[in-house]
Write a protein that binds this ligand. Sequence first.
Ligand SMILES: Cc1cc2nc3c(=O)[nH]c(=O)nc-3n(C[C@H](O)[C@H](O)[C@H](O)COP(=O)(O)O)c2cc1C
Length: 316
Amino acid sequence: MKIVLAPMEGVVDAPMREMLTRVGGIDQCVTEFVRVSERVLPAKVFRKICPELFNDSRTSSGTPVVLQLLGSDPQILAGNARKAVSIGANGIDLNFGCPAKTVNKSKGGAILLNEPELVHKIVWWVRQAVPGHIPVTAKMRLGYSDKSLALENASAIADAGASGLTVHARTKEEGYRPPAHWEWISRIREHLSIPVTANGEVWSWQDYQRCREVSGCDDVMIGRGLVAAPDLGLRIKALQRGDDPDHLSWDEMLVLLQQFMDMVELQLAPKFVHGRIKQWLKMMSREYPQAMPMLQEMRSLTQVVEVRQFLRQYSE
Ligand SMILES: Cc1cc2nc3c(=O)[nH]c(=O)nc-3n(C[C@H](O)[C@H](O)[C@H](O)COP(=O)(O)O)c2cc1C
């Protein structure tokens, strides 16, 4: 019964993983994708996206972090996987789901789902490249424009030796529009003999329960729901045990936000700090309406020191 924090480029970076795993209830994280095109990347690229490599691929609270690669050339992906493992990666995940135009144009992400043989080749090469004890997993959507190749792609991934598959239950064309087709995850799970993790549109305990029921999966990956409500994993686990947990209070969220700002300031150039705070506030406003007026007030702030002061004022 694992809860996995979803990879989210530009949102779930190391500071966000740190904050969310500090709250608890998360069993594993996956990094934002490392985009691989023509060569084996230098160690610093992997370490920037996954600073947890310096800490045995774990966040400070001890939650394991798997490194995700995105690309289309099997041998180059394999070389990069080997490199990542040589500098401490404890697991490699392969991205067959990214819908971004720029990524798909250079033949990475969801577009690969039009070519199950290539999907097979990629997983096979990466599996061969890294030691057997390092898990190689994949994350796929149900297809590019339709779902006709969903089972074929899933089989290609399993037959090539992947140790697990996460299914985001939508096609690329379906973007992020609800619903997520959890019943398709069930079809895929029944078709494979490797563990399948269900993903898409889990925002609450009720969603989690229905997702598990419909998909038949024990493990669930959650992205936006955990960013909006950082204690969602903890609460799901408590509710499963029959407890009645409290929500993280708004005051506690403000403390998290300040700690997040400290970490973002250490990792990003000042011009990006403001944007990351606003981004999180916007996402948490789904669960915490108190975030909305803050967002509006933040519009007039331009300097990092002003943002810092503003957050401090709010917490007092
Ligand atoms: C802003 C954003 C960035 C994402 N970046 C990645 C990524 O780097 N790799 C990946 O496999 N999926 C990525 N995804 C997809 C998520 O991992 C997840 O599959 C999707 O958000 C559905 O799950 P959710 O409904 O729980 O958010 C991204 C999604 C969003 C919204």
